[in-house]
Ligand binder design. Structure first.
Ligand SMILES: [Zn+2]
Length: 110
């Protein structure tokens, strides 16, 4: 399985946020979250193994099998764990943890 045994620390969060800053202007506090494509019953899901906020795993919907391209469902998402804390809404940016694996999966079920 992948190599994500190391929980992100404050420093690495800072780095990933900085790395994301070549995209747009609104990512100053939005960390990246590596997501792996999973196939469930009739649909894709993006599985975040280590949430940058709570260090736990989350699963986001990734579209319908055979209809949607799950890569279109990557990008900015609300972290599930923070929603109950209403002080602010925390988002992260879903990044494909293994794009070549995703391509292989998509080719297999295309
Ligand atoms: Zn979380």
């Amino acid at each position: 399985m992948g190599g994500f045994g190391r929980p992100p620390r404050r420093d690495s969060l800072r780095n990933t946020a900085a790395m994301a800053s070549d995209g747009g202007g609104q990512d100053r506090t939005i960390p990246n979250a590596l997501a792996e494509l999973e196939i469930g019953a009739g649909q894709f899901s993006s599985k975040v193994k280590i949430c940058p906020f709570c260090q736990k795993g989350h699963v986001h919907g990734g579209g319908l099998l055979g209809q949607d391209d799950p890569r279109r469902f990557l990008g900015f998402r609300v972290a599930h764990c923070i929603r109950k804390c209403q002080l602010h809404v925390a988002s992260y940016k879903l990044i494909d943890a293994d794009p070549s694996r995703t391509e292989k999966i998509l080719r297999g079920c295309g």
